[in-house]
Unconditional design. Structure first.
Length: 65
């Protein structure tokens, strides 16, 4: 299990994460990331890792759950 973590103070609303993993990340009306799933299964590691890599603000990361 992988925990999806986000720092809203760092998020700049680029939406790269939403493009990389639309099932996991969304953007709210204030332009801040919303994590749709607090945890994901191991088979999603590639997708969420790509989202983390794509974030220019380093606002999202993964934690082992
Ligand atoms: S890519 Fe990073 S800065 Fe952009 S919306 Fe996602 S978390 Fe926020």
């Amino acid at each position: 299990m992988i925990r999806i973590a986000a720092d809203l103070d760092k998020c700049e609303g680029y939406a790269n994460c939403v493009i990389a993993a639309p099932d996991i990340y969304d953007i709210d009306d204030d332009g801040k990331v919303v994590v749709s799933h607090a945890t994901v299964d191991e088979d999603q590691r590639g997708t969420v890792s790509e989202a983390v890599r794509s974030c220019p603000a380093s606002a999202i990361w993964l934690e082992e759950a």
